[in-house]
Design a binder for this molecule. Structure first.
Ligand code: SAH
Length: 233
């Protein structure tokens, strides 16, 4: 009778945990499919970028009521009028900075924390700045649980993070009307910055900025639509 009761409890526990396991497996499968169809098939080939995106559970970085769409081919709302970028854009922006293990990267616009997590899988340290306090704190919580190489600051990213400059790369994930001069200053010689430039709420240009000595070059890569770069002033 005792064994019967024990096995009954075990079977019950198994049955209760089944839906949770299959939801987790569902996300895992969706994530691998996302990387194949949306990222690799569209030409992102950097092995470190693909590996990072296969690993980071994107659904955990977005509000619960949006999680079932986490691996869809589109941006999603994360609250406070902000969005998590489409997976392809995250892959594209990660690959374009040619991320290396020894890099220190500055991100402006922490948002959900997802882009920071993808970078943290690859580089030595990620410094990320968010202007909306509640978003920054929420992202900090999940990033702290998973990474020891990410620092989150609540501030206006226009001014960069001078204390830790210069950076090997800077990733800006909000659309600025022009490239903030402090960010150019805080870019290392030979460094790359990726930034959407243009008017808020319109199509902007994703620009690649490269610094070589005193020479700053920039070129447009593709039209994009990002939430605006706001200022706390
Ligand atoms: N990288 C994010 C994308 C978030 S959307 C992700 O992976 O989810 C852009 C974010 O930039 C928003 O959260 C917005 O609040 C933030 N932002 C806008 N202007 C900013 C500024 N001046 N400094 C820091 N963050 C800013």
């Amino acid at each position: 009778m005792k064994y019967f009761r024990q096995s009954f409890v075990l079977i019950l526990l198994f049955l209760i945990s089944c839906p949770f396991t299959s939801i987790a497996q569902g996300y895992e499968r969706q994530r691998q499919e996302m990387v194949e169809t949306q990222i690799r098939n569209r030409g992102i080939r950097d092995a470190a970028t693909l590996r990072a995106m296969r690993r980071v559970p994107r659904h955990l970085y977005i509000p619960e009521n949006q999680q079932r769409w986490a691996y869809d081919d589109r941006p999603l709302p994360i609250g406070y009028g902000q969005t998590i970028s489409q997976p392809y854009i995250v892959g594209y922006m990660t690959e374009i900075i040619k991320p290396k293990k020894e890099f220190r990267v500055l991100e402006i616009g922490t948002g959900s924390g997802y882009q920071a997590a993808v970078l943290a899988e690859i580089v030595e340290h990620v410094f990320t700045i968010e202007i909306v306090e509640s978003l920054g704190l929420r992202a900090k919580e999940i990033l702290d649980q998973n990474y020891s190489n990410v620092s989150v600051k609540i501030a206006d990213g226009y001014y960069g993070w001078e204390e830790y400059a210069p950076f090997d790369a800077i990733v800006v994930t909000a659309a600025a009307e022009y490239i903030p001069p402090p960010l150019i200053e805080q870019l290392k010689d030979g460094g790359r910055m990726i930034i959407p430039v243009g008017s808020p709420f319109r199509v902007q240009q994703l620009m690649l900025v490269e610094k070589k000595g005193d020479r700053i070059s920039s070129r447009s890569l593709m039209p994009v639509r990002f939430v605006p770069f706001t200022s706390g002033d």
